[in-house]
Design a protein around this ligand. Structure first.
Ligand SMILES: Nc1ncnc2c1ncn2[C@@H]1O[C@H](COP(=O)(O)OP(=O)(O)OP(=O)(O)O)[C@@H](O)[C@H]1O
Length: 254
């Protein structure tokens, strides 16, 4: 089976520092991978290299077997490599319904033509309704984003990513800043993602990581030091050393 994402020997230097140092990993349909590592380990840089926000000095990124290393981010998105939107990029005077509709139209390359054809408009709004329903946002669909809670804004980021019909979804700390009382909604949203999708999530919340991931990758100083099952990660000597014990006792029940 062709991997959905295949990252081969990526390298990126900033000045003299190897921030991504010969990193290789692959993801198949259904994978739920958590990418963790101490602060400054190179997680964000790695994601930026995968999405095309940064160009690697060496190495390749393959999406469903196609080499996309030279492709711009927008072209990678069209091919199914989607990073969740950031709350800071939402429009606070627009509604969740409008945001998701824009994402559907962007996917189809028809943004700006929403009101052109009645039948098409109905089909778009039906799809928007299904996505908002999947993420439990139906009741809020016509409120302004500024009127909805932060946790629900973060669900909207995931809804917009879903509207782009990803094959590979990259989630950057989806529950960061969300009050504890609302994190179960984020978890339910993650559970409801299509089983065909490959999902890579960066997060510092080890409880969330252990509930979500079927595989954990640990980056330290730009290098993958662990790629395996969640149950094994806290016992790994290199991981323990990288964290100096800070997470070593977390999630052993996973
Ligand atoms: N544009 C840049 N120019 C120079 N150095 C950079 C740049 N971006 C990141 N770095 C450096 O690369 C290293 C890795 O940073 P990165 O943000 O990828 O780590 P991270 O694992 O995402 O960290 P955190 O968990 O704190 O977000 C850090 O030492 C950082 O200072």
């Amino acid at each position: 089976m062709t991997n959905l994402l295949d990252v081969q020997s990526l390298r990126k230097n900033f000045g003299g520092l190897a921030v991504t140092n010969n990193v290789s990993m692959a993801m198949a349909p259904g994978d739920r991978v958590a990418l963790i590592g101490p602060n400054g380990a190179g997680k964000t840089t790695f994601i930026n290299l995968v999405t095309g926000n940064l160009q690697p000095d060496e190495g390749r990124v393959l999406l469903v077997g196609e080499d996309v290393t030279e492709r711009k981010s927008a072209e990678r998105v069209r091919r199914g490599l989607v990073r969740s939107f950031q709350v800071t990029r939402l429009f606070y005077d627009m509604t969740p319904e409008e945001h998701v509709a824009l994402a559907v139209l962007q996917r189809e390359g028809t943004a700006g033509q929403m009101f052109g054809h009645y039948a098409r408009r109905m089909a778009v709004m039906e799809e928007v309704g299904e996505i908002l329903d999947q993420l439990g946002l139906t009741e809020l669909r016509t409120l302004k984003v500024r009127e909805i809670a932060y946790g629900q804004q973060r669900l909207l980021e995931i809804a917009m990513a879903m509207a782009l019909k990803p094959k590979v979804l990259l989630l950057d700390e989806p529950a960061a800043g969300v009050p504890q009382s609302e994190t179960n909604r984020i978890e339910r949203a993650l559970d409801s993602l299509s089983p065909e999708l490959a999902v890579l999530m960066i997060d510092h919340d080890m409880d969330l990581v252990f509930r979500f991931a079927t595989r954990v990758i640990v980056l330290a100083a730009g290098t993958i030091i662990f790629d395996g099952l969640p149950k094994d990660v806290t016992q790994d000597q290199r991981v323990r050393e990288a964290y100096l014990g800070s997470y070593a006792n977390a999630g052993t029940a996973a």
